[in-house]
Design a protein around this ligand. Structure first.
Ligand SMILES: [Zn+2]
Length: 174
C-alpha cells in the first residue's frame, strides 16, 4: 500500500473482505508518471469525481477545456486535443462503467482493466475508493480502473458471480 497512506490504512488492509487479487506491482512511479498524476489531479478537482461513460470517454483538454471523446482503445494513451493539439494524458481516475462501457472495456482496452464492483451502501467500498483513485493515478497509461455500481448494474454483478462487496477483478486482454 501507499506509504503515505492515511491512518486507517492498516485497518483497511486487515479488514479488506475480498479475495486478494494481484495488484499491479510496484507503487514506484517515475517522475514523469508523478507529473501526469498530479496534473490529472488538478483536472479531477475541476470536474465531477467520475463521469458517466459510454463506449467512449469524454475528457477535458488540460489547456483549453474542450471536451475530447476518447475511444476505449485509446484510454491508456496520450492523445491530442482536437481543438488546440495539447497533449491529453491517459485516463488517471476510476471510470464509472455501465453495461455498454464495461463491454467495450473488455473488448477494446489496450491495457489491463481493474474493475471495482461496489455499491453506495457498502462501507468498505467507500474506504477503498481513495486507494483506487491513487492506483488509477499512479498507474495511468498502464492500467484502467473502472467502477461498477452493482445497484445500478446487477446484471454485471450476476454475470461475474459477485457475491461480496467490494470485489476487485483484473481483466487482461478481454
Ligand atoms: Zn485543447
Amino acid at each position: 500500500m501507499d506509504p503515505r497512506g492515511d491512518p486507517p490504512g492498516q485497518t483497511f488492509a486487515r479488514r479488506q473482505p475480498i479475495a486478494r487479487r494481484p495488484w499491479p506491482e510496484a507503487q514506484a512511479t517515475t517522475d514523469e508518471a508523478r507529473q501526469s498524476a498530479s496534473s490529472a489531479g488538478n483536472l479531477q478537482r475541476n470536474g465531477e469525481p467520475s463521469m458517466k461513460e459510454t463506449s467512449s470517454s469524454l475528457r477535458p483538454c488540460p489547456k483549453c477545456g474542450q471536451l475530447n471523446r476518447i475511444p476505449v482503445r485509446h484510454l491508456a494513451d496520450t492523445g491530442r486535443c482536437g481543438a488546440c493539439k495539447e497533449a491529453i494524458p491517459p485516463a488517471s481516475k476510476p471510470l464509472d462503467a455501465d453495461t455498454e462501457f464495461f463491454g467495450a472495456l473488455l473488448r477494446e482496452a489496450a491495457v489491463p482493466v481493474l474493475v471495482d464492483f461496489w455499491a453506495p451502501w457498502c462501507g468498505p467500498c467507500r474506504m477503498m475508493a481513495p486507494e483506487l483513485e491513487k492506483l488509477a493515478s499512479a498507474r495511468a497509461g498502464k492500467v484502467i480502473v473502472a467502477k461498477v455500481n452493482t445497484d445500478e448494474h446487477p446484471d454485471l454483478a450476476q454475470r461475474f458471480g459477485i457475491e461480496a462487496l467490494p470485489t476487485l477483478v483484473m481483466f487482461r486482454g478481454g
